[in-house]
Design a protein. Sequence first.
Length: 322
Amino acid sequence: MYFSTLMHPCLSIVIPLFNEEESLPELVEWIDRVCSAHSYTYEVIMVDDGSTDRSWSVVRQLSQQYPSVRGIRFQRNYGKSPALYMGFRAAEGDVVITMDADLQDSPDEIPELYDMVKGEEGYDLVSGWKKVRYDNALTKNLPSKLYNAVNRSMTGIKLHDMNCGLKAYKRKVIKSIEVYGEMHRFIPVLAKHAGFKKIGEKVVQHRPRKYGTSKFGWERFINGFLDLLTIQFTSRFGKKPMHFFGVLGAFTFLAGFVFVVMLIIDKLRFGADFGLTNKPAFYIALTSMIMGTLFFLSGFVAELVVRNAADRNHYIVEEETN
């Protein structure tokens, strides 16, 4: 690992990468040119997510050529979220910008993104919006629009392109959230649930891919929807799971109990002519009561897990007074 000689840069640029050896020299040179023109003290943190080409050799060469470049290398491919997590953990700048390594994100966007976070607007997070795209319209553009529409309706965050890799953050944001699994798609959602409400958007340039091929396929949309459900659930009920399982269990058990009472009343009215166990309602009632009990038990088990979790009392403090 190579570390910057800068004590406290004003800007950190985190770049996760996987098999991007051809684009890295051009990308770093472009970033250095832009940052030097604006007199930024900066660091570039390049996280090699287990590349199988010469990417790591290129990162090492760049770190020797540019003192501001730092390199982190995974032993194997873990995914974009773990790469961002490691980059966020290492970042020291007041403003943190993420971008992809494939040159489809333009470093010329850095000054405006920096100003939107550091300037008078003071956004906690700014997400790029690739309004004009050069991807395949059928396999990427249309699914992406549908995907983002679902995200907006479920999360209430009005971003056109939540999955855009080009984003800017206050340092406090990236130090307050944990990106894991494939949750990099929902960093604005994680930030919102952590209490960072000032989320903005900027139209950014989307450049045609110059080298290599895309590393993502159709499965990301399916996985993304499942991850969205997960993050919505854990954000609302992560510290109080019984509030979900208990309510669900109560309604389910109560519905089954009502069915049983109705069947017993009918049995008393019609006597021996009424076959209780021959009625579908009997098995529906029995199943509902069993499911309700299981939901309750799930809630109790989840509460035990939460109460023994190391971060059960982890809260973000904005400021304190004497």
